[in-house]
Design a protein around this ligand. Structure first.
Ligand code: KE4
Length: 421
């Protein structure tokens, strides 16, 4: 007898590529069918067969307050009553932009509909502002699926073994230069080999799409200095770290200011929102003020703004959320380290994002991340699932904690780890 998820997956595969609307959800790397989810509340989700899980994906990061946060839900319900979309400026977009600028320190921001769109727009702005075409990114980092970024990309591209996607013309991929994360010399070498041609360096301030790999001390500061030395722009892709590491994201957490910053996930409170921002000087180059064109039918959608604004208002007014996320993140990291001490495993963490790598070497970059034992990861993933813990179905993703996760649930996850290994 098939489960309801299996039946749904069978039907889905007839009309959706791989049965999903985003590749990593297909669970192809862990040899099982995806559990179709039906509802979430707080730190829990329920699948189509009524099974309950502690959720460590939280929609891949957006739900830092947990599922169905009452305030966010109420704000959306009130917004819906007034209309779903106008394609005209609304007051809530101003309120949202003002709060994002206050929290992050950017002077101006433009709302879009996804992290991919935010990155794509920021890259175009960097190229338009500098008149240069090359972009330096890092192997294993993922910045969404725009053509320029599907070069040695992480996340689902790495999981599925296609870090360089078909369909990206060589002329475009050729303008994307790839450095090694945490290796400043690799960046300097690319700058020196492409004098006067590099528009920007784009980096995940905490790499989370090769699994979580923290920046080594001095790495982000070094990127800032190299961009200044070679007159290029520094772009922080904060789609994951934005509003997660701190209200001001990685810029404030590490004390390094980028020229442009991209946001997604948390900024939308679970609704489709992305954003990019920076100095007034740079952002005033964006249409309709300047020559860099970017647009969007649903950009700044009032219902999505209601969700995102409410979540950001809670985060900006409740600093204890971050101390609690840090405390629980540390508790989970230490508990997993103890539970996995008998096998080759590394538990990397920054704040409330973590990854367990099944390798004996410390994971400080792409090469070490790729040395992980993927069969061991598969055993780990299935063991967690069977014990009611819903984690990312890929070695090259993160676990996300929310303000809704309790100490008891952290202990439950640690206990599951003890039983699996
Ligand atoms: P979206 O277009 O998926 O909203 O954002 C793209 C993106 C950009 N930058 C970073 C640092 C990101 O992590 C992402 C998307 N993250 C993945 C999870 N690692 C989304 C999950 C998925 O692709 O289904």
């Amino acid at each position: 007898m098939m489960t309801r998820s299996e039946a749904l997956f069978e039907a889905a595969q007839r009309v959706l590529p791989g049965g999903v609307n985003s590749p990593v959800r297909a669970c192809r790397a862990v040899g099982t069918y995806p559990r179709f989810l039906e509802r979430g509340l707080g730190s829990h989700v329920w699948d189509a067969d009524g099974r309950e899980y502690i959720d460590l994906i939280c929609s891949w990061g957006p739900l830092i307050l947990g599922h169905c946060n009452a305030d966010v839900e109420h704000a959306v319900q009130e917004a819906v009553k007034k209309g779903l979309s106008f394609g005209a400026p609304t007051a809530i977009e101003v309120e949202m932009a003002e709060l994002v600028c206050r929290m992050t320190g950017v002077e101006m921001v433009r709302m879009v509909n996804s992290g991919t769109e935010a990155v794509m727009s920021a890259l175009r702005l960097a190229r338009g502002a500098t008149g240069r075409s090359k972009i330096i990114k890092f192997a294993g980092c993922y910045h969404g699926h725009s053509d320029s970024m599907l070069v040695k990309a992480g996340s689902g591209a790495l999981t599925g073994g296609a870090p360089d996607s078909a369909g990206v013309p060589a002329e475009i991929a050729g303008d994307t230069l790839t450095a090694a994360y945490n290796d400043l010399q690799s960046v300097r070498s690319l700058f020196e080999a492409n004098p006067g041609k590099v528009a920007a360096v784009i980096v995940e301030p905490v790499a989370a799409n090769m699994g979580v790999v923290p920046p080594e001390p001095g790495f982000l500061e070094g990127l800032r200095a190299l961009c200044d030395e070679f007159d290029s722009l520094l772009i922080f892709d904060e789609v994951i770290t934005g509003f997660r590491l701190a209200p001001g994201g990685a810029q404030s957490y590490y004390g390094v200011q980028a020229d442009l910053v991209t946001y997604g996930k948390i900024i939308g409170g679970g609704m489709p929102v992305g954003a990019y921002g920076g100095s007034r000087k740079l952002m005033e180059l964006v249409a309709p003020l300047g020559p860099v064109y970017q647009a969007g039918t649903l950009s700044g959608n009032p219902v999505a703004m209601a969700a995102g604004l409410t979540q950001l208002q809670i985060l900006s007014s409740t600093p204890e959320i971050y101390t609690e996320l840090e405390r629980r993140g540390a508790m989970l990291q230490q508990g997993l380290r103890d539970a996995l001490s008998g096998i080759p495993a590394q538990v990397n963490r920054v704040g409330s994002i973590l990854t367990v790598f099944f390798t004996e070497q410390p994971v400080t970059g792409y090469a070490q991340a790729k040395s992980s034992d993927l069969e061991q990861f598969k055993h780990w993933y299935l063991g967690l699932l069977q014990r009611g813990v819903y984690a990312a179905p890929s070695q090259f993703e993160a676990m996300f904690l929310s303000a809704a996760h309790t100490d008891a649930e952290i202990e439950q996850i640690i206990q599951a780890a003890r039983e699996i290994i």
